[in-house]
Design a protein around this ligand. Structure first.
Ligand SMILES: Nc1ncnc2c1ncn2[C@@H]1O[C@H](COP(=O)(O)OP(=O)(O)OP(=O)(O)O)[C@@H](O)[C@H]1O
Ligand SMILES: [Mg+2]
Length: 268
């Protein structure tokens, strides 16, 4: 990995003020990937597929990024690595300045639990639990006492506009409301990154737009969001679009319109 500019002596070459992908270096970087490759092997040890081929990517704190690309281009693979669900075959991944690429499993799952919030297309709520219990699940596994779990879950449900539905079960809610519960659960640990994989894929377009407005609000509040999407109109709401092709970054562009809520967006 290249050395940090802060270690340069006064007599050294001019300081390079940009990181990978043109990201300004003075903005704090939540995730830094260098030379990341992911190889899937056949049982006999030969290479089946190289799903990611030497990816360099810097994700500044507070950025809202869309990951796009054709089926098989490596979107889920890179999301799994960024979300600490999997490890790369080669390369380094610094998450909040800690190298997670070579972390043992138990430590990696702790980092995942505290620093990453996941939102899936299929909501993935537990049907037997009330929504306030669903939101608490990550805290339960961390041994947080019940009263604090409850307090924090209610706070997050109020944030997503469901403070009046605490004792409902998932099936008593609309699809959009269930996705709001999933977002509240993703926020419960005040994560460094929200990872969302086609979060509007199971919703009709009006409900999907309402969920995207909620992401806009989270972004406006400073959350770092990485969203996989096939939908150009979803990607347009983001600040930056990273397009993958055959395991490589094909393009990495800043979107003209900043993804801040527009006047009127928050009215309904
Ligand atoms: N567990 C695995 N074992 C072997 N090959 C895999 C595995 N997971 C993914 N691949 C391969 O890695 C490549 C990238 O897959 P990936 O799932 O990341 O694509 P994707 O961009 O998410 O596609 P989609 O839009 O269809 O979800 C593909 O060629 C895929 O077949
Ligand atoms: Mg995928």
């Amino acid at each position: 990995m290249s050395s940090s500019s802060s270690t340069s002596s006064p007599s050294s070459a001019p300081i390079d003020t940009t990181g990978a992908n043109g990201t300004p270096r003075d903005q704090s970087t939540v995730a830094k990937l260098r030379g990341i490759s992911k190889v899937y092997y056949k049982p006999d040890g030969s290479v089946l597929v190289e799903a990611l081929k030497g990816i360099d990517l810097d994700i500044p704190q507070g950025q809202y990024i869309a990951i796009m690309g054709a089926s098989g281009s490596g979107k889920s693979t890179i999301m799994n690595l960024l979300g600490c669900l999997d490890r790369p075959t080669r390369g380094t991944y610094l998450l909040d300045d800690r190298d997670v690429a070579n972390m043992p499993d138990d430590e990696l799952s702790k980092v995942r639990g505290r620093k990453i919030g996941f939102v899936f297309q299929a909501f993935n709520l537990i049907s037997e639990l009330t929504i306030v219990e669903n939101v608490q699940v990550p805290l339960f596994y961390q041994g947080v006492p019940r009263a604090e779990r409850n307090r924090r879950a209610i706070e997050k449900l109020e944030l997503v506009g469901l403070g009046d539905r605490l004792t409902h079960r998932p099936k008593e809610l609309s699809g959009g409301q269930q996705q709001r519960v999933a977002i509240a659960r993703a926020l419960i640990n005040d994560p460094s990154i929200i990872m969302a994989d086609e979060p509007t894929g199971n919703l009709d377009s009006k409900t999907g737009t309402a969920i995207l407005k909620l992401f806009d609000e989270l972004h406006a509040a400073g959350m770092t969001i990485i969203m996989v999407t096939h939908d150009d109109s979803v990607a347009e709401r983001c600040e930056r679009v990273v397009r993958l092709r055959d395991g490589e970054i094909e393009s990495d562009t800043m979107v003209g319109r900043k993804c801040r809520p527009q006047a009127g967006d928050l009215a309904d």
